[in-house]
Write a protein that binds this ligand. Structure first.
Ligand SMILES: [Zn+2]
Length: 67
C-alpha cells in the first residue's frame, strides 16, 4: 500500500502520521505542515518520525515568536 501526501495527492508520502493516518511528502515535512497539531499531546510522539523532524522547526519558530 502506498500512501499519498495529504496536501499533494500527486506525490507519494515519505512518512505517515500514526495518529491521523495522513501521509506527507518531503516538502510538507520541511515546511513543518506535516504534524497537524504539534502543540497537542500525541501518544505516538515518542516514536513519531514526523515529530522528530518537525520539533526543531517548531522550537525555532517559538523562539522567534517570543523574542
Ligand atoms: Zn506534501
Amino acid at each position: 500500500m502506498t500512501s499519498k501526501c495529504r496536501f499533494h495527492p500527486e506525490r507519494d508520502a515519505v512518512v505517515v502520521c500514526n495518529k491521523h493516518e495522513h501521509g506527507y511528502c518531503q516538502e510538507c515535512i520541511d515546511r513543518c505542515s506535516a504534524c497537524s497539531d504539534p502543540e497537542l499531546y500525541c501518544r505516538h510522539r515518542t516514536y513519531c518520525v514526523i515529530w522528530e523532524l518537525c520539533r526543531k522547526i517548531v522550537k525555532a519558530r517559538k523562539a522567534a515568536a517570543a523574542g
